[in-house]
Design a protein around this ligand. Structure first.
Ligand SMILES: [Fe+2]
Length: 246
């Protein structure tokens, strides 16, 4: 009896993966332009790790952050070209595109006005808040994004401990989709982030899930997340939008 149970468990671990999601739309796998992969070899390592658990397409999202990572369309496109050359050299057949993770700093609104945002899919824009506090002009900027035809996605809401469920609902009602880092469910960012992630899932507020992959420790946690019961809630019968980006 015990043997049968073990066999069943083992089978489940093998079949439970990210292939129904297919698209990873938040990662730092482009080489040498932010705090993610530092060279093409590191990029390839991370990509292979994610392919192993069912990811079929990558939308890389390097930081655009005026104080730290002054990326733009040119630096990002160049890094994508370097990565694609390396993938071809190693005969790895996988689709990789690039957008960005826009930091909501004082330059974000200027970038919107200048039409300099790096989009994914049908005009989706990934942006993140500071980990300290929410920008006071959040709603006017969200309105501006929407007026210009963009579809805003807030990166890892579970990592903003200063926000409560009501604030999350409010922002979601303004038309902001939420992207959760799957590794938050493992407690990788602490118990607080894990709790908020679970709460957001229970309230059907998560629209995208992704790796936010920077380095091998994230790859390890990404695999570990497959054993978290809460992830199962997202992989089946949950209205995730990742597949819209196929
Ligand atoms: Fe990120």
């Amino acid at each position: 009896m015990f043997g049968l149970f073990k066999k069943k468990e083992a089978k489940r671990e093998i079949t439970f993966d990210y292939s129904s999601i297919g698209v990873d739309m938040h990662s730092h796998i482009l080489p040498g332009i932010d705090d993610g992969a530092q060279n093409p070899q590191e990029s390839i390592f991370l990509i292979k790790q994610m392919m192993e658990v069912g990811i079929k397409k990558f939308i890389a999202t390097p930081h655009i952050m005026v104080d730290y990572y002054r990326n733009n369309a040119e630096t990002i496109t160049n890094a994508l070209t370097i990565l694609k050359a390396e993938l071809e050299k190693e005969s790895i057949d996988v689709e990789v595109q690039a957008a960005a993770e826009h930091y909501f700093d004082e330059t974000f609104e200027k970038r919107i006005d200048a039409g300099e945002l790096m989009i994914m899919g049908d005009n989706y824009v990934l942006f993140e808040f500071s980990f300290i506090n929410q920008p006071v002009n959040t709603i006017p900027v969200v309105e501006k994004l929407k007026d210009k035809g963009y579809k805003p996605i807030l990166a890892h809401p579970e990592r903003y401990p200063y926000m409560d469920l009501e604030q999350f609902r409010n922002l979601h009602d303004w038309g902001v989709d939420f992207q959760m880092n799957t590794i938050s469910l493992t407690g990788y960012y602490g118990l607080g982030a894990k709790k908020i992630a679970e709460q957001l899932i229970d309230n059907q507020l998560i629209n995208f899930i992704s790796s936010d992959m920077h380095h091998p420790r994230h790859a390890e946690a990404f695999k570990k997340a497959l054993r978290m019961p809460y992830l199962e809630k997202l992989l089946f019968d949950y209205p995730l939008k990742n597949t819209l980006l196929k």
